[in-house]
Design a protein around this ligand. Structure first.
Ligand SMILES: [Zn+2]
Length: 446
């Protein structure tokens, strides 16, 4: 019987889109299943140009954006495609975290294949689904606890928490019949759960792994500033300390750590944080799992929900409307508020009319390229209203030097960089670095 092997069906020379198949004899496990952010996916599908919901697999296979893997997709998703339906040949799927590039294609998977997630990731996926942003499909969901190990035939999977820019992210120790594989998922060690990452890496090192599958989002050239979450907090504190006008902030919708940082900074400056209904819905859904001091609608002091001008409010929004604030309130009380306003909702500025010179905090990644259209539009609005632009962001990912240190300390036999446009930036004196090719299996013990 051939030994265990690893095949990368996505996430190769691209950021996101990890699709990792680990096989040991007859047993097959898939880790993560989402579209990539760049560059392949966006060459064909962008904004409102999306695969058709009736024939998603067909439309993605057309551009080689999905693997031609039999025994994985549901019969419905395969409609009109030339790939035949086969009963499940993948025996379990594990999702490292709820970001779209890791979970966004789950809806294509055969509902008979068990999908393993932790309780937090399950809740985030539910919150995203119930607020209408994406659908993940019907599945045989299996929720693992913090100390659980999951066995799939010969493969034993031990999830451990890691720090990332979304709650409840996991890394994995995967024990096969011939050795251990470590998969980091997406991770960092400069956020509020840095300790989780350190413990994961220590546990991984103790296994003396044969292979380390490591994400490299920030490997290679990275001109962006390197804040920690605490650094973001200090920046926002300094800004708000002497500010007498409305402050506006944009951040990633699922970055609960950032929302917590912003909430605490607002309270310190004797301001209320005003959040969108979508953020309120996410925080309410996650409330039982959130740490002390995180903002929870209806429970936390100094937290309110902004009611945008709309003709119809969704059912999930309505529970927040009774206690909400509107543009009139924000205009009058601006100096007492930090308003979360994301780019798609910038038209609210036309009603709010912030005073010229009011601070706008961009608490997200700096644009990846010079000709980023969204970034141009954002700056057009900022300039039109005469707002003062400030950038404070801590990445969800380790920097290049941190990634290098992880490999050198863990000393796996082999390093397999993925989720990066620059796998060649990984070098090691102690481990063999393999630049993986999409679809070419790698033997665990060659
Ligand atoms: Zn992520």
């Amino acid at each position: 019987m051939p030994g265990p092997k690893i095949t990368f069906l996505g996430g190769v020379r691209e950021i996101g889109g990890n699709k990792i198949v680990i096989e040991d004899g007859p047993d097959r496990v898939l880790f993560d299943f989402g579209p990539s952010f760049s560059p392949q996916y966006e060459q064909f599908y962008v904004n409102f140009l999306a695969p058709r919901s009736t024939s998603p697999v067909k439309d993605l296979l057309e551009f080689d954006l999905l693997p031609r893997l039999e025994g994985l997709y549901s019969e419905t998703a395969l409609y009109k495609s030339d790939l035949a339906y086969r009963p499940p040949e993948v025996h379990a799927v594990f999702v490292s975290h709820a970001h779209f590039d890791h979970a966004g294609h789950l809806n294509l998977i055969d509902p008979r294949i068990p999908v393993h997630v932790n309780a937090g990731t399950k809740r985030i996926l539910e919150a995203i689904e119930s607020s209408g942003t994406a659908g993940y499909g019907e599945h045989d969901w299996r929720v693992f606890g913090p100390t659980d190990t999951v066995r799939v035939g010969r493969i034993e999977v031990r999830p451990l928490p890691v720090d990332h820019s979304i709650p409840s992210a996991s890394g994995y120790l995967i024990r096969t019949s011939e050795g251990t594989i470590v998969y980091t998922g997406d991770f960092r060690a400069h956020g509020p759960r840095a300790q989780d990452t350190l413990e994961f890496l220590a546990a991984a090192g103790a296994e003396k792994p044969d292979a380390l599958i490591i994400e490299g989002t920030r490997a290679g050239p990275d001109p962006r500033r390197n804040f920690t979450e605490q650094g973001v907090r200090e920046g926002v504190d300094d800004l708000l300390e002497s500010e007498k006008r409305l402050a506006i902030v944009s951040c990633y919708p699922r970055d609960v750590d950032r929302l917590t940082t912003l909430y605490r900074a607002a309270r310190e400056a004797e301001r209320d944080l005003v959040i969108s209904t979508k953020t309120a819905h996410l925080l309410s859904t996650l409330a039982p799992l959130l740490p002390e001091g995180a903002p929870v609608p209806g429970r936390s002091e100094g937290l309110s929900v902004y009611k945008r001008t709309k003709k119809v409010y969704y059912k999930w929004e309505r529970e927040f409307l009774d206690d909400s604030v509107d543009e009139e309130f924000v205009r009058r009380q601006g100096r007492r508020l930090l308003l979360q306003l994301d780019l798609p909702h910038f038209a609210e500025l036309i009603d709010i009319r912030p005073e010229a010179g009011s601070p706008y905090i961009h608490s997200m990644s700096e644009p990846f390229s010079e000709d980023d259209v969204d970034d141009q539009v954002l700056h057009n609005w900022i300039d039109h209203f005469g707002l003062a632009f400030h950038q404070f962001h801590a990445s969800g990912h380790c920097s290049g030097p941190e990634l290098h240190a992880v490999g050198e300390e863990m000393r796996p036999a082999t390093i397999l960089p993925i989720h990066t446009e620059h796998p060649e930036a990984f070098r090691s004196d102690r481990s063999r670095v393999v630049l993986v090719e999409k679809g070419t299996p790698i033997e665990l013990r060659p």
